[in-house]
Design a protein around this ligand. Structure first.
Ligand code: AGP
Length: 609
């Protein structure tokens, strides 16, 4: 949530920072700003900021803001509305210090009150502004000491970057809970909250750890603890294709990422399927067969769409491994003081690996001695590092706020885990091989669904006209319906409610009418007949129906819009049934003219509680 970029070196900082901010905008996009340290005998910090997008800062900005070091920020509001004043950077009263900040300062109210009592005039509603004043008021000798002194007063999470007119040769950065990555260039240094802002300039990076601060100068970087003792941290090369962060010829990142799903699916499966023994090899789990067998229960934790795919994954594990498994919203988990069982395998699932609710759930489990593995896309992210063991998803960078390819790979990650857990128990080698064949056929099956895009676009345009919709499914189909509704509301802003098909008659049927369409997930399985009966009940109330189903399913002559997806193995149904729902949401949002990659009020990684 929110993006930070900083640059110090021989080039003009402003254009580089603006370009970096554009690449981070998916992380927060309600306001934007930058601070540049001007050159000259008396260097001054110049700040520009505004509500809106990076492009709103104006194309002539680099000319007005010359200087070879600076910091920038793109914001997702936490404290105070999105307006010019609350945008970052924040400055002290003299305007010598500028600070950009990701995270939340929990004791901001007390610190603001203390500063006001001391006669400081606070201009914004933000928590961040207190940091600028605290640093500005410090009389310590070095900027590093001033930053550390200010941070000592602060409780909460932060990734910060600081420039100061009295210390024009450096940028000081610090991290506690919000990621910061240092990029090493040729006589220049960069810092960013996400690799996306760095890879065009350098792929030599160092991840700052929690509790560390760093000084960046054109010549290099030095890392410290808060007592200012040195920490040895060297930069390493990351294996990343810079073009994977570009939308290329695609009209949006979401469309690009949906179309990348077959290739991404192949990547997560590559080298992990063992046809001979009908199992999966997941070295990253760091569990031998005896430990794998000792697992008595599986609990999946994730947020939003990751939670819904977690539900799909838990069902898959229960079905294949016959271990009780369920999923829970990570955001709720630690607040109910959960019982942590030694023989439960906890699985934290997250695309970004940064979602703070999921990270805190992981820490709660670990604090109580539980074993937790991560299903994470971003390599080296906080959740991946905290878990230590797990399954990387290899979906590649995902930029659109609405997650697609990462979710598909989460499902596949769960399939691999279920296979491995199942094959040390009662899943037969024949069933293991049957699933492997299904997994191998899956990328092509996804391609087949994507090929129906034109037909789905036409359906989506009709659905977009409805103010309110239902998405329904049963058992395996219910998390599919939940994810379908989530995607639809996230980018089309229509009210889309997911329900178990079986529960409609217990209340929500009262809302069905000609104006309220239902998207029903009806796989070819043991529940098809019951599902079709529910469709009749909806049709009898004149509810328009879109049915996502399998070829050959008899819908009893109902007048519905039918979407058929390939049928592989029944356990793998959920993910294939989800793909058309992505396309429905996408084309509904497109028809309504929305900014698909940056839906209102949202951001890509939710790094606040
Ligand atoms: C998905 O489309 C959403 N943007 C959102 O629900 C997301 O899945 C959730 O915030 C979890 O993110 P994570 O996978 O990065 O942890």
């Amino acid at each position: 949530m929110c993006g930070i970029v900083g640059y110090i070196g021989a080039q003009q900082a402003a254009p580089l920072i603006l370009e970096g901010l554009t690449r981070l905008e998916h992380r927060g996009y309600d306001s934007v700003g930058l601070a540049v340290v001007g050159a000259g005998r008396e260097p001054a910090v110049k700040v520009v900021k505004a509500a809106g997008r990076v492009r709103d800062l104006g194309s002539d900005l680099p000319k007005r803001f010359s200087g070879r070091s600076g910091i920038g920020h793109t914001r997702w509001a936490t404290h105070g509305p999105a307006n010019d004043v609350n945008a970052h950077p924040h400055t002290d009263e003299k305007g010598d210090v500028a600070v950009v900040h990701n995270g939340i300062i929990d004791n901001a109210a007390a610190l603001r009150a203390g500063l006001a009592d001391d006669g400081v005039t606070l201009t914004s509603d933000t928590d961040t502004e207190v940091l600028a004043h605290l640093i500005g008021r410090s009389v310590a000798e070095t900027l590093e000491e001033r930053v550390v002194e200010a941070l000592a007063a602060v409780e909460g999470t932060y990734g910060i970057a600081v420039v100061h007119a009295d210390f024009p040769d450096r940028i000081v950065v610090a991290r506690n809970g919000s990621p910061l990555i240092i990029g090493v260039g040729e006589k220049e240094m960069l810092v960013a909250s996400d690799l996306a802002a760095l890879v065009r300039h350098t792929t030599t990076v160092a991840h700052l750890a929690d509790g560390e601060i760093a000084t960046l100068t054109p010549a290099g970087f030095t890392t410290f603890r808060h007592d200012l003792t040195r920490v040895a941290r060297t930069a390493a090369e990351v294996d990343v294709d810079p073009t994977s962060y570009d939308a290329g010829d695609h009209e949006s990142f979401m469309r690009k990422e949906m179309l990348e799903q077959p290739a991404a699916a192949e990547r997560v499966l590559r080298g992990r399927l063992d046809e001979r023994f009908g199992t999966a090899h997941l070295g990253g789990l760091e569990m031998d067969p005896r430990e794998t067998r000792a697992v008595r229960r599986v609990k999946v934790l994730g947020c939003g769409s990751a939670y819904y795919v977690g539900q799909m994954g838990a069902s898959l594990i229960e079905e294949l491994a016959r271990i009780p498994a369920d999923a829970e919203a990570a955001s709720e988990f630690r607040y109910r003081n959960p019982v942590i069982e030694p023989d439960t395998l906890y699985v934290a699932v997250s695309q970004s690996g940064e979602t703070v609710d999921t990270l805190l759930a992981v820490q709660e489990i670990q604090r109580k001695g539980g074993r937790v593995i991560g299903l994470v896309n971003v390599v080296g992210s906080a959740i991946a590092r905290e878990c230590g063991a797990g399954i990387y998803l290899h979906a590649g960078p995902e930029v659109a706020v609405a997650s697609t390819k990462a979710l598909t790979n989460m499902f596949l990650g769960f399939s691999l885990l279920a296979l491995q857990l199942g094959r040390v128990r009662d899943l037969s080698v024949a069933d293991g091989r049957r699933l492997i064949a299904g997994l191998q056929a899956l990328p092509a099956a996804v391609e087949e669904v994507l090929a129906q895009e034109d037909a789905l676009a036409a359906v989506a345009q009709r659905l977009a006209e409805a103010e309110s919709l239902f998405f329904v499914g049963r058992v395996r189909g219910f998390p599919v319906a939940r994810e379908g509704a989530q995607k639809f509301k996230e980018i089309s802003y229509r009210h889309a409610e997911a329900y178990q098909t079986s529960e409609l008659k217990h209340g929500p049927l009262a809302l069905i009418s000609e104006e309220v369409p239902t998207v029903a997930v009806v796989p070819d399985d043991e529940l098809t007949e019951r599902n079709v009966a529910a469709l009749h009940e909806i049709a009898a109330r004149k509810g328009p129906l879109v049915v996502v189903t399998h070829p050959g399913v008899d819908l009893g002559g109902l007048d519905v819009v039918r979407i058929d997806v390939p049928h592989l193995e029944r356990e793998l149904d959920p993910i294939l049934l989800t793909i058309p729902l992505q396309l429905l949401a996408y084309h509904a949002a497109k028809h309504l003219g929305h900014d698909i990659d940056k839906p209102r009020n949202l951001a890509k990684s939710v790094t606040v509680e």
